[in-house]
Design a protein around this ligand. Structure first.
Ligand SMILES: NC(=O)c1ccc[n+]([C@@H]2O[C@H](COP(=O)([O-])OP(=O)(O)OC[C@H]3O[C@@H](n4cnc5c(N)ncnc54)[C@H](OP(=O)(O)O)[C@@H]3O)[C@@H](O)[C@H]2O)c1
Length: 215
């Protein structure tokens, strides 16, 4: 399937705000092999990631995942980084262009908060840690109605717990890895299991692009 055809299958619905997560996992449910998520992917998965970014108004990511990036494409929507520590390379390429959003909480260090405000649009939600539901509400209020979350699992579990996981794009990587890798959500049990509806399952060689949405 070519990329234009693929994009039709991933159009955001009229119902907004709408948060989509895009993740990749192995056949046995792991999100990385020996700490390396790249080991699971292939060029088709990277193309899908870029295409999904192109459909979104903002990309939300946990700081641990962000720390694996040193730049952000100009043609991608702004990056919103969730971080309590604010241990971020504020002089690095992720903050060039002044579009980056930092979501943090009241317990963040005052010095780092001040520095972050010089380099990013800072959103404080919650005290000891960020209230992810409140932060996403605020992003939507600011016009980011079509949200894309690229993990990691710690953040995604909180997104789901807050009732914000509307759409899960899960690429199944044709590998088994065993070990102790996280699943795509890593957090406490949800109050109730959330059932989702299969929108499509598109094979690409041995990989499978699935999309599930809330009912
Ligand atoms: N297979 C896949 O599709 C996929 C996708 C994404 C990531 N990954 C992998 O997942 C790993 C990282 O995932 P992870 O679960 O360890 O971390 P993560 O979710 O990317 O980030 C966790 C960090 O986000 C911040 N954070 C999360 N919730 C917060 C809250 N409520 N308030 C304030 N800050 C909060 C904290 O940052 P501070 O430490 O700065 O306070 C926390 O340490 C990486 O190895 C990455 O490669 C895999």
């Amino acid at each position: 399937m070519d990329i234009d055809e693929l994009l039709k299958r991933y159009a955001y619905p009229d119902r907004t705000p709408w948060l989509r997560a895009n993740m990749i996992a192995t056949l046995d449910g792991g999100i990385q092999y020996k700490g390396d998520t790249g080991a699971l992917g292939y060029p088709g998965d990277h193309a899908l990631m870029a295409a999904l970014r192109g459909l979104a108004d903002v990309v939300v990511m946990g700081a641990a995942t962000v720390r694996e990036y040193d730049s952000w494409p100009d043609d991608a929507p702004p990056l919103a980084i969730v971080s309590r520590s604010l241990d971020l390379d504020l002089d690095g390429g992720l903050f060039d262009g002044g579009r980056t959003i930092v979501i943090t909480c009241g317990s963040a260090s005052a010095d780092r908060l001040e520095r972050a405000r010089e380099r990013a649009d800072v959103l404080v939600a919650g005290e000891a840690s960020s209230d992810i539901g409140a932060a996403l509400d605020e992003l939507a209020r600011r016009g980011h109605q079509r949200l894309l979350c690229e993990g990691g699992p710690t953040l995604l579990a909180q997104v789901a717990a807050a009732g914000w996981l509307h759409d899960l794009c899960l690429t199944l990587s044709p590998m088994i890895i065993a070990g102790g890798a996280s699943r795509i959500l890593n957090g406490p049990d949800l109050d109730v299991p959330r059932r989702m509806r299969l929108m499509h399952a598109i094979p690409d060689g041995d990989y499978l692009f699935t999309r599930y949405t809330v009912e």
